[in-house]
Design a protein around this ligand. Structure first.
Ligand code: GLU
Length: 290
C-alpha cells in the first residue's frame, strides 16, 4: 500500500502563531502514526504580501517544534504554469468569464442591492455581477484591449456540469458537520480563479497542488471548512482525485477571535524568545506528545 501523504501549507505573509503550531503538529503526528509522508508547501502566490524572511521564519519555527518534512519544498510562485493549465481546462469547458469591476465598483453594487444581499462563509458579500450582465463580444473586446480583469468561475454552469458532490470529513465543521458532508459551493458565488496581478487564486492553486503532490489527507483549520466545497467542485471539473479532509479546532485569543499573524503575543518566535520550549507549545495548543 502506498503511504498516506499529508501536507502543511502556510503562506509566508507573517510569522507562524499558535494556530499554525496546532495544524503543523497535527499533520506531523498523524503522518507519523499512519507511517505516512509530510510535505511542506509554501503558498506564496500573493507576491505583494509574501516575504523571504517569513518563509525562513516558517522553516525555523517548524524545525524548532521538532517537525521534519520532505524535500523539495513546493513553492507555489514557481508553478504558475501549472495553475494556468488548469484554468485553461476550465475555460475550455466554458466555465470561466472575465469581470472588470474594481473593488470600489463591487462595493457600490453590493450597497445598491441592499442589506439582504448574501455573504459567503467568510462574511464577504457575494459577487453582485453575473456572466449575463455583458455580451461575450464586449467581454472579449475589453480583454483584448488590456483592461484589468479577474477571471471568475461561472458557478451556475459549473454546478450544472458537476452535479451534487460530497467529501469525507474526519474532523468537524463549524456547525458540527462530520462524516460524509454535502458540498455547498454555491454559497461562495462566482469565485475568482485568477486576477490580473495574480494568475491564479488560493482555491485553484491548492486543488492543483494537492493533486500534483499526491496529497491523500488534508488536515487544516476549521476556518477553511466551507472552502472545501469549492475545492471538491474544482477537483471534479478538473478530473483530479479527492483527498480525505480533517478540519481541526482553531486556537482563539482571550476575546474569542481567530489568531492573527500580526499579533506578537502568540507568534511562535516571540514565545521561543521568551523561553518557551516545544513541549510548552504542545501543552498550550493541547496536542500531547505522541
Ligand atoms: N495557505 C493557507 C493558509 O495559510 C492554508 C491552505 C490549506 O491548508 O489548504 O491559511
Amino acid at each position: 500500500m502506498t503511504p498516506p501523504v499529508f501536507r502543511f501549507a502556510p503562506s509566508p505573509n507573517g510569522y507562524l502563531h499558535l494556530g499554525h503550531a496546532l495544524s503543523a503538529l497535527f499533520n506531523a503526528d498523524l503522518a507519523a502514526e499512519a507511517g505516512g509522508r509530510l510535505l511542506l508547501r509554501i503558498e506564496d502566490i500573493d507576491r505583494t504580501r509574501c516575504r523571504p524572511e517569513y518563509e525562513q521564519g516558517i522553516t525555523d519555527d517548524l524545525a524548532w517544534l521538532g517537525i521534519g518534512w520532505e524535500q523539495p519544498v513546493r513553492r507555489q510562485s514557481e508553478h504558475f504554469d501549472a495553475y494556468r493549465d488548469a484554468l485553461a481546462q476550465l475555460q475550455a469547458q466554458g466555465l470561466v468569464y472575465a469581470s472588470f469591476e474594481s473593488r470600489g465598483d463591487i462595493a457600490a453594487l453590493v450597497t445598491a442591492r441592499g442589506d439582504g444581499w448574501p455573504r459567503d462563509p467568510d462574511g464577504a458579500p457575494l459577487y453582485p455581477g453575473s456572466r449575463d450582465a455583458m455580451s461575450e463580444a464586449e467581454r472579449t473586446a475589453r480583454m483584448r484591449s488590456g483592461e484589468p480583469h479577474a477571471l471568475r468561475l461561472d458557478m451556475t454552469a459549473a454546478l450544472a456540469r458537476a452535479g451534487p458532490l460530497r467529501w469525507r470529513e474526519q474532523g468537524t465543521g463549524p456547525g458540527g458537520e462530520s462524516g460524509i458532508v454535502d458540498s455547498r459551493p454555491h454559497v461562495w458565488g462566482d469565485v475568482i480563479l485568477a486576477r490580473k496581478e495574480m494568475p491564479t487564486s488560493y482555491h485553484l492553486s491548492v486543488v492543483v497542488d494537492d493533486a500534483l503532490q499526491g496529497v491523500t489527507h488534508v488536515v487544516r483549520g476549521q476556518d477553511l471548512f466551507w472552502s472545501t466545497s469549492v475545492h471538491r467542485l474544482l477537483q471534479n471539473l478538473l478530473g483530479l482525485p479527492q483527498p480525505v479532509y480533517r478540519h481541526h479546532r482553531l486556537i482563539r485569543d482571550s476575546a474569542g477571535r481567530k489568531l492573527s499573524k500580526s499579533t506578537q503575543a502568540t507568534a511562535l518566535r516571540s514565545l521561543r524568545a521568551g523561553g518557551a520550549t516545544p513541549a510548552d507549545i504542545r501543552r498550550i495548543v493541547d496536542v500531547p506528545e505522541p
